[in-house]
Write a protein that binds this ligand. Structure first.
Ligand code: NDP
Ligand code: 8X3
Length: 249
């Protein structure tokens, strides 16, 4: 085994769990995120021969390119791109939402994801690689306060299908993984640091874990090369759908 996965957002949640899962199976990983000290701790845990840290803000295309251009040779050939870095900010209805939050979500979940994908496409095609985009159930099912977050994830899902179409015949596989509720730092970030709100959301709900999603990411990455899962929607059993709402006079 001499394959390498580049996993964005590997300082927390799905990303760090995925890095551990790939390395446990003998892969090498390039792990990215802004919090350099967490990335270094992960490299220390996994071993420098298995993991390479590239700390940058994914919205900064110059920093992204510099990091990718200076990958050590042993990590330079990316076979699997896991576009995981992302966030929700805010839970308020659109008419009360912060425009800064909206721009942060679009810049991170849409623009940065597309930029990194564009940067790595030539080498992914050359290596017949795999692109795994972390979307969300919010891409498909609207809910109050989901507004721009759901919009960004709808982009991720549709972009994934579009890539499938454009990459026809190249052997490159593309999957959109669309999780529901999973306990990570996601809600802490969404609420701008409200630990009590995060604890309340997950309390008693038996949510999915980061490891649950990491297992699915690894599964998709290691399918036989003639198979492509286009989209994979996953929820905890405790989460399902509610009805439409009706405003009355
Ligand atoms: P976490 O908050 O635990 O992890 C998010 C990761 O994204 C962190 O490693 C963070 O790194 C990185 N990230 C965010 N912004 C940036 C940035 N500007 N530059 C670089 N890295 C960035 O959340 P999850 O693990 O839950 O989220 C991972 C993905 O899964 C996201 O795309 C999220 O939308 C999606 N998702 C999550 C669900 C859930 O219920 N948890 C369900 C469905 C989808 P750092 O802060 O160090 O930069
Ligand atoms: C995260 C899942 O349901 O909070 O993407 O939007 S949800």
């Amino acid at each position: 085994m001499n394959k390498t996965a580049l996993i964005t957002g590997a300082t927390s949640g799905f990303g760090v769990a995925a890095a551990r899962r790939f390395v446990a199976a003998g892969w090498k990983v390039v792990v990215t995120g802004r919090r350099a000290e967490r990335l270094q701790a992960l490299v220390d845990e996994l071993g420098a021969e298995h993991a390479h840290a590239a700390a940058f803000d994914i919205r900064d295309a110059t920093a992204m390119n510099a990091a990718l251009n200076s990958l050590p040779e042993a990590f330079a050939g990316i076979d699997v791109l896991v576009n995981n870095a992302g966030l929700a900010q805010g839970t308020r209805p659109a008419q009360q939402a912060s425009l800064d939050d909206w721009r942060t979500m679009i810049d991170t979940n849409v623009t940065a994801l597309a930029t990194l994908t564009h940067r790595l496409l030539p080498s992914l095609i050359a290596r017949k690689g795999v692109i795994i985009n972390i979307s969300s159930v919010a891409a498909t099912y609207p809910y109050p306060g989901g507004n721009v977050y759901g919009g960004t994830k709808a982009f991720v899902s549709q972009f994934s299908l579009g890539l499938r179409s454009d990459l026809h015949g190249t052997g490159v596989r593309v999957t959109s993984i669309e999780p529901g509720m999973a306990e990570t730092e996601f809600t802490l970030v969404r609420t701008h640091g409200d630990q009590a709100a995060s604890d309340k959301l997950y309390s008693g709900a038996n949510p999915m874990t980061a490891e649950d999603i990491a297992e699915q990411i690894f599964h998709v990455a290691t399918l036989p090369p003639h198979l492509n899962i286009n989209r994979l929607e996953i929820m905890p059993v405790t989460q399902s759908f509610a009805g439409f709402q009706v405003a009355r006079d």
